[in-house]
Design a protein around this ligand. Structure first.
Ligand code: UDP
Ligand code: MG
Length: 331
């Protein structure tokens, strides 16, 4: 860290200090007016611990909240210049809000973090330390999910199983969006234009030197989750379909196998009719075949549809989110 002294034409000399390292917390918020205060109360001392080596920046992405979330954030901004706010034009969902955050973050490293304090603030210094030791991604793994319901844990486990069995590149289980990403990683992520996305699948796809810290996931402190099972199912499908074409390819093999079997059966029927005459009973086998093949056909078309729908979304090239306004730090 050298200090450069510039000699200007007058006697004045300008001292240019070393560039400050910035850490951005990206906080997507949707109808969280009561969570903003407790979040800042918990985060501020943690970020202050890192000063002067690192300056913290808190970037809220207001994902179309309809309550007083924007008002709450802006009232805290008056006293705290390290808080910035990006308002989206409507609710685009957490994945899109996170992308908006990645786009607007200025940090040399960023950490996406939920506002409900389910992501343990106290492990942030530990994550930063691993980053300073050279890791470009520091995952935060939940080693205890007992605060989640039984159903949530079971479905989460099933998702990680299915994803890692099918996807071309695996994701670590029990690691959410809460992780430290180096600027180089963020810049790569910003070039990835896919609109239908599960960010955590992309976070591990990019590679880079990865390290890990663990924490115990707490229950939500304020408000209620807006992630119902239907929404989570949609995210899981987006993640899997965006990461693999195996569900499409299965039908090539299954279709070939069943086609061959049908051919054999057809030949058997053909010759037995020639040799032994028309065999009237056969209702059961007929219905069985119609139902099996009908069902398989519909299922395969459904899988095709899932891919085609996403192709449509991609080729339309609509932006992933729309920014209504931004506030803070001379935007
Ligand atoms: N969130 C968002 N947009 C949405 C839904 C949620 O920005 O459409 C934010 C929410 O405010 C919170 C984070 O995403 O900061 C995680 O949401 P939540 O706690 O409801 O999810 P869970 O922890 O149950 O997965
Ligand atoms: Mg939560």
């Amino acid at each position: 860290m050298s200090i450069v002294k510039l000699n200007l034409s007058s006697d004045a000399s300008l001292v240019v200090g070393p560039k400050q390292t910035v850490l951005t917390l990206i906080v997507p918020v949707y109808n969280e007016q009561n969570a903003i205060g407790p979040f800042l109360d918990a985060m501020t001392p943690i970020l202050n611990q890192l000063v002067p080596a690192i300056a913290g920046e808190i970037l809220f992405v207001n994902d179309g909240s309809r309550d007083g979330t924007e008002f709450a954030i802006r009232s805290f901004m008056e006293a705290n210049p390290a808080i910035r706010l990006v308002n989206l034009s409507r609710n685009f969902g957490k994945e899109a809000a996170l992308c908006a955050g990645l786009e607007h973050a200025r940090g040399d490293a960023v950490i996406p973090v939920d506002v409900d304090l389910q992501d343990e603030p106290n492990i942030i210094p530990e994550m930063v330390e691993k980053w300073q030791q050279g890791a470009q991604i520091v995952n935060a793994r939940r080693n205890d999910r007992s605060s989640d319901s039984w159903a949530k844990r079971t479905t989460a486990r099933a998702f990680y199983r299915a994803f890692n069995a099918l996807a071309d590149y695996p994701i670590p289980s029990d690691v959410g969006d809460f992780r430290l990403l180096d600027r180089q990683v963020v810049d790569v992520l910003r070039t990835m234009g896919e609109r239908v996305r599960l960010n955590k699948a992309l976070f591990s796809w990019v590679g880079f030197k990865t390290d890990e810290v663990t924490f115990v996931r707490q229950a939500r402190t304020q408000g209620r989750t807006t992630m119902n099972y239907w929404r989570l199912w949609g995210m899981a499908l987006d993640g899997i379909i965006g990461s693999t074409t195996k569900p499409l390819r299965i039908w090539t093999y299954l279709g070939t196998g069943l086609g061959l079997l049908s051919l054999l059966y057809a030949m058997y029927i053909f010759f037995s009719t020639l040799l032994f005459g028309i065999d009237v009973p056969g209702y059961a086998s007929l219905i069985l075949l119609i139902l099996t093949f009908g069902g398989l056909n519909l299922f395969a078309i459904g899988i095709l549809g899932e891919y085609i729908g996403r192709i449509l979304t991609e080729v339309r090239e609509r932006p992933m989110f729309v920014v209504r306004s931004t506030y803070g730090a001379e935007d």
